[in-house]
Write a protein that binds this ligand. Structure first.
Ligand SMILES: C[S@@+](CC[C@H](N)C(=O)[O-])C[C@H]1O[C@@H](n2cnc3c(N)ncnc32)[C@H](O)[C@@H]1O
Length: 355
């Protein structure tokens, strides 16, 4: 792929045509519309080759150096040589949009996007709302690991159609709910959980997707489960406006626990493993499936998690790496937010048989 410098773009002193400016602004887009990236070979086979499915692959890459200045110069230019006022407005709008995209997710306001979740014989769509971001509420965004895990779930063959005893699943740190909702869309009974500050948006997404989940035979409950108090989970009544109902306290254990992108503080491995131990069924077929991005700053947390899971009597039954996109990075670095994630499926250690 060739790389252009900002000096190769149409310069305003040459009075470029409106068409040329708009084409350039389209090239400078850094917003991933739906994150739907797939493997090159066969869709959803878990291999590590990636192309953009929803966008044409970019034929050129533009060196980010100087791009912000270039965009600002368009926004502040009167574009006198362009006669059509509507076209001028469109150019200024597009340039402003490119500027806000380059400020990262925080500048983009709220958004709702569609995610396609593969099943063993087709796919279904989930609609996920992400509010405009405030402060440190990481759970209001949808992260690369969760989309990768949501797309991978069907490969574990955890549900079968028309199954009488649907798998009961608990998701820890659900955020916007993509993983848990995908699991319910595969026909499971899922409890999505997170902190109180994340809960309202999680419940909104559960309601927004209720009909597709029902059609697919799954159910959703949502609750507050803070890993600081790993043994306590309060289910929130279905209607978010029903503030008079007391929340039901969850008491059952789960044969399957899911979590994505949940290790980003030194305390998280301990808290997450304590929560897993508190809620995982005792039986030998119980499973924990997690997916975490390899972020340089948190590699020790992944090692710590693995060690604590082993001490808790769980072992890795299957694992792998794959790549996905976080669209919240610093767009000026122009790395497209590509992250490598590690997924793993854990089960209870099988005691060695004495001869
Ligand atoms: C990086 S986000 C990942 C969200 C979602 N799983 C995803 O991948 O899109 C981490 C999530 O863990 C949740 N979390 C952090 N600390 C928590 C705690 N003490 N108890 C429960 N959830 C917590 C956050 O609220 C947030 O939703």
């Amino acid at each position: 792929m060739s790389q252009l410098s900002v000096l190769d773009l149409p310069q305003l002193y040459t009075k470029p045509s409106a068409e040329a400016i708009l084409e350039t602004l389209a090239l400078l887009t850094s917003a991933p519309p739906s994150w739907d990236y797939e493997s090159d070979s066969a869709a959803n086979d878990g291999s590590n080759l990636y192309t953009r499915k929803d966008n044409e692959p970019r034929a050129v890459r533009i060196d980010p150096e100087g791009v912000t200045r270039y965009l600002t110069s368009i926004v502040s230019n009167s574009l006198r040589w362009i006669q059509d006022e509507e076209v001028k407005e469109e150019i200024w709008n597009q340039a402003s949009l490119r500027l806000s995209e380059r400020s990262g997710r925080t500048a983009r306001g709220d958004l709702t996007r569609q995610f396609t979740i593969p099943t063993s014989d087709g796919s279904f769509e989930l609609s996920i709302h992400e509010p405009a971001l405030t402060g440190d509420d990481l759970g209001l965004k949808t992260w690369a690991a969760s989309y990768l895990l949501a797309k991978r779930l069907h490969l574990f063959h955890l549900t079968t159609q028309g199954q009488h005893n649907k798998p009961r699943v608990l998701e820890l740190g659900s955020g916007t709910g993509l993983v848990g909702l995908a699991m319910a869309g595969l026909g499971a009974d899922v409890v999505l959980t997170d902190l109180p500050s994340i809960y309202a948006n999680l419940a909104r997404n559960a309601e927004a997707n209720a009909s597709v989940l029902e059609q697919n035979g799954g159910t959703i409950r949502t609750g507050v489960l803070d890993w600081n108090y790993p043994r306590s989970c309060t289910l929130i009544p279905k209607s978010v406006i029903d503030t008079n109902s007391d929340g039901e306290v969850l008491s059952e254990k789960f044969p399957l626990i899911l979590a994505a992108d949940s290790l980003y503080s030194p305390d998280h491995p301990r808290m997450l493993v304590d929560s897993i131990v508190a809620w995982l069924s005792e039986d030998g077929s119980a499973r924990v499936i997690v997916e975490f991005p390899y972020r340089d700053a948190y590699l020790p947390e992944i090692a710590n998690f693995r060690q604590r899971m082993t001490v808790a009597g769980l072992q890795i039954l299957d694992q792998g790496e794959e790549k996905g996109y976080d669209d919240w990075g610093d767009a000026s670095k122009d790395d497209d937010g590509l992250v490598t994630c590690w997924w793993s499926c854990w089960g209870r250690e099988v005691p060695e048989q004495n001869p």
